[in-house]
Design a protein around this ligand. Structure first.
Ligand code: FNR
Length: 188
């Protein structure tokens, strides 16, 4: 059986390492059961660039279609993956904007109870550790079931992905596979 996962990249950049990390997860997840896992993972990437800037007046005037469509996809998913860059030792504003929309309307937070894998890639040596720490705090507040271990910190990302965005680092690939297996185990 295949479990359905939705993934959010916290970067809008075309050549984003975090989008590439999700692409690597898509590839690994699609063949997990052939390697003894209980399920494969079908990972759909959500496009957060279509969301307006969060504004309670906009929300009150009518919940935006793009935000509702994203909420519906999360509601139907067995789990969530978020890959975040680190911007100024925290999460990028575009990612926080998406999370804020998904937490609304009041009382209808989309992440409650969702098995959630947080990961991140950066060219720097601390590999999004601070951003992920902030992100996990936000997701825990939203009652997501955040995987504590394994942690996926992809530092010096420019050495781990090739020019086409393919993950070429074997140890990162096998570590990512381990995290995806854990996500499989956390899906109902
Ligand atoms: C960065 N970058 C960065 N890197 C890091 O390790 N810690 C940091 O605090 C920051 N801060 C930061 C702020 C801003 C505004 C930008 C634009 C960049 C570098 C960042 O990690 C790098 O650009 C990544 O490649 C971004 O991720 P994507 O777009 O490749 O997914």
């Amino acid at each position: 059986m295949t479990k359905n996962i939705v993934a959010i990249a916290g970067s809008l950049r075309k050549g984003s390492y975090n989008s590439s990390l999700i692409s690597a997860a898509q590839k690994i997840g699609s063949s997990l059961s052939s390697k003894g896992a209980e399920h494969d993972l079908a990972i759909e990437i959500l496009d957060i660039s279509s969301l307006p800037l969060f504004d309670q007046d906009v929300e009150a005037a009518g919940f935006p279609e793009a935000a509702q469509a994203m909420k519906d996809k999360i509601a139907a998913a067995d789990g969530v993956i978020i890959a975040t860059p680190e911007y100024n030792r925290s999460v990028p504003g575009v990612l926080k904007n998406a999370i804020d929309w998904m937490s609304r309307p009041y009382g209808q937070n989309s992440f409650a109870g969702k098995p959630t894998l947080v990961m991140g890639a950066s060219m720097g040596p601390i590999a999004t550790a601070v951003a992920q720490s902030h992100l996990k705090q936000i997701m825990l507040y939203l009652d997501a079931k955040v995987i504590g271990q394994p942690e996926i910190y992809v530092g010096t990302a420019h050495e781990k992905f090739d020019a086409s965005g393919e993950l070429i680092d074997e140890s990162t690939t096998s570590h990512l596979e381990g995290a995806l297996r854990k996500l499989v185990g956390w899906t109902k």
